[in-house]
Structure formats: C-alpha cells, structure tokens
Design a protein around this ligand. Structure first.
Ligand code: G3H
Ligand code: 13P
Ligand code: ZN
Length: 333
C-alpha cells in the first residue's frame, strides 16, 4: 500500500472547489508515454496550472501500471526542478470499470479514481460507485462517477447511442453514492469523430463540418439541482483542424474529423464544470508532428528527432488549452 501523499500528489477535492468558485476548469490530460508526460508537466509548470494526469485501463496495459506510477512520482520532482514550487498534480484512473481495478489504483498511489458504471442499469451504477467511494475515501482518494451515456468509445465499451444525463436523477445519485464529482453527458463524445456528417451542418466557405451545440440547458438544470457540485466533461477534444490538415497532407487519412468548439468549452469552464478531459487532441498533435518529419526527412531514424518535435507540439497544445480554453493558468502558484 502506497499513499499518494507520500508521492507528493494531491486529490481533487480542494482543486475542484476552487475551480467551481473561480469559474475555470482543471485540465485532465491522458498520458501513455514519457514525451506526453514531459509536455504536460512542462506546460503546467510554466503556466502554474493544477493538472490531472489521467491513466486509462488501456494506458495501464500499454505502459505498465507500476512504471506509470513511478513516472507520476517522477513528474512531481520534475515539476519542482522546472521551478514550480508547489506543484498540484493529481494521478487519476480514467474510466475504471471494476471495483478491483479502482482498488488496485488506490493501493498503488493514485490520488483519484473514476468508476465508470454508466453503461449499467441505474441501481447497479449506484451500488458499484458506492462500493468504490467507501473504499477510496478511507484513504482520502477522491472518486469520479458517471451518469448518462456518451456516444463513441468509452475505453473498451462502445455505445451506439448517447443518452443525456437526466437532471432529475443527479441528486439521488450523488447523495446515495457519495461521489466527489460527476461526469455528465451533454453531447460530447470520445475520439476524433465526435459527430457524423449527418449530425452537422457544413460551413459553405471552408467546407468544414460545424457540429451541433452542446446541451447547455441540461448542464444548467444539473447545476440548479446540485449547486456547487463538481461536474466533469469527457470527450472534450476540439480536434484542431490544422492538425487534421497536416496529417492528411502527409499521408494520413482523417476525413471529416470533428470535435467540440473551444468557445463552448470556455463557456462550460465558467460553470460548475471543473474538469475537462482531453486525450485525442494530444494524439493528433503528436501524429501531425511525426508525420511531417517522416515525410519531409525520410532519412531520419533517430526517434528523438521525431518524438522531440512531437513533444514540443503537444506542449504548445496543452499551454493553449490551459490559458485560452480552461483558464486554469496561475491557479497553482
Ligand atoms: O476516454 C478514453 C481515453 O481517451 C483513453 O483512451 O482507452 O484508448 O487509452 P484509451
Ligand atoms: P477525447 O477523446 O475527446 O480527447 O476525450 C478524452 C476523454 O474523455 C478521456 O476520458
Ligand atoms: Zn472519457
């Protein structure tokens, strides 16, 4: 049993309370490898933004859970080395799908876990979430739960259809489970294809898809039911079209990839939404940078020569999100 406190990590409780009161959101960036982690920490340290490092079940399988835990511990020290005196870094399990997985993360030093039982019937979601909360709270680890179903892929669970969170359920759910934050469904979805062309209109000038707006009415109703309660948005990548273009110009194939417009995420950050999950945008930044090097310098074979530019591009992206979209810069001085 390792406590996250010994590793210099923090849970989300205080961070979320401040974010809700201050009208900004904390970035939750997924990581699977060293370059991503370096870019996240460099961007957070430079902007003094609290940050959530997210590890999915897939990331645990890919990179090895023990290694990831030590990398997060290393990240705290790295942040200090970069001059961030009091780093506020959370190590969070993204889309945990069982009690055993959540427990194993709590036991190995995670400071926050998500139990995602949103695809299960309501009462089963409550029972499983409550069980995780009871275990995690003994160690002061915070728990995110989910109510409502996002379209697209939720780790290995794929949902054909999304169902917005029902505002009439949130008080009962939050009270009975004791969860610390709630992920809701208001029209975001995972991946680089959040909407089909049929769900969008097309900008006649650019030919780009324009997605339907998020259901802010549902968000506001939820806020009214649970005043000040921390709300989380998954599937919140914007799918920057400049990356999609670079990828497509250099041998990739991502036709009509479309995400959530950043103005809408900025708007959401001002509400009780205090955690915004971004993974796909970093994948796109990395892929665009690597494809460009491969195409323009076919003789290059030193991984540092393409992973380095990929890291720089991801750092630029993370800083942009922190400063211009979520507004979390300067909140962890
Ligand atoms: O919500 C899903 C995250 O983007 C993690 O994706 O399961 O492919 O690591 P992954
Ligand atoms: P994106 O696929 O939009 O980046 O969402 C990531 C996410 O929600 C991770 O849990
Ligand atoms: Zn997610």
């Amino acid at each position: 049993m390792v406590s996250y406190k010994e590793l210099g990590l923090v849970n989300t409780r205080e961070m979320f309370a401040k974010a809700v009161a201050g009208g900004y959101a904390i970035p939750a960036f997924n990581f699977n490898n060293m370059e991503q982690l370096q870019a996240i920490i460099q961007a957070s340290a430079e902007t003094k933004s609290p940050v959530i490092l997210q590890v999915s079940k897939g990331a645990r399988n890919y990179a090895n859970q023990t290694l990831l835990r030590y990398m997060a511990e290393g990240a705290v020290e790295y942040a200090k080395e970069l001059g961030w005196e009091h780093p506020q870094i959370v190590l969070h399990l993204d889309h945990g799908d069982s009690f055993e997985l959540c427990k194993s993360c709590v036991d190995m030093g995670f400071s926050s876990v998500m139990i995602d039982a949103s695809s299960k019937p309501y009462e089963e979601n409550i029972a499983l979430t409550k069980k995780v909360v009871e275990y995690a709270h003994q160690f002061d680890v915070t728990v995110e739960a989910e109510l409502g179903v996002l379209a697209g892929v939720e780790d290995e669970v794929s949902a054909e259809e999304s169902h917005y969170t029902k505002p009439e359920e949130v008080i009962d759910f939050a009270t009975r489970t004791g969860c610390d934050s709630l992920a809701i469904s208001i029209g975001t979805s995972h991946g680089a294809y959040k909407f089909t062309p049929e769900q969008c209109t097309r900008d006649p000038k650019t030919g780009r898809l324009v997605p339907p707006p998020l259901a802010f009415n549902v968000l506001h109703e939820i806020e009214k039911k649970l005043p000040g309660f921390p709300i989380v948005l998954h599937g919140s990548s914007s799918v920057p079209q400049e990356y999609v273009d670079i990828i497509n110009e250099h041998g990739g194939k991502l036709p009509d990839a479309v995400g959530i417009p950043e103005e809408q995420l900025r708007e959401a950050s001002k509400s009780a939404v205090c955690k915004i999950n971004i993974d796909s945008d970093s994948r796109l930044a990395m892929t665009a940078a690597i494809r460009k090097v491969f195409d323009e310098k076919p003789g290059e074979f030193d991984p540092r020569k393409y992973l380095g530019p990929a890291r720089d591009e991801m750092k630029k992206l993370y800083m942009h999100k922190i400063v211009n979209v979520l507004g979390s810069d300067g909140k962890a001085l």
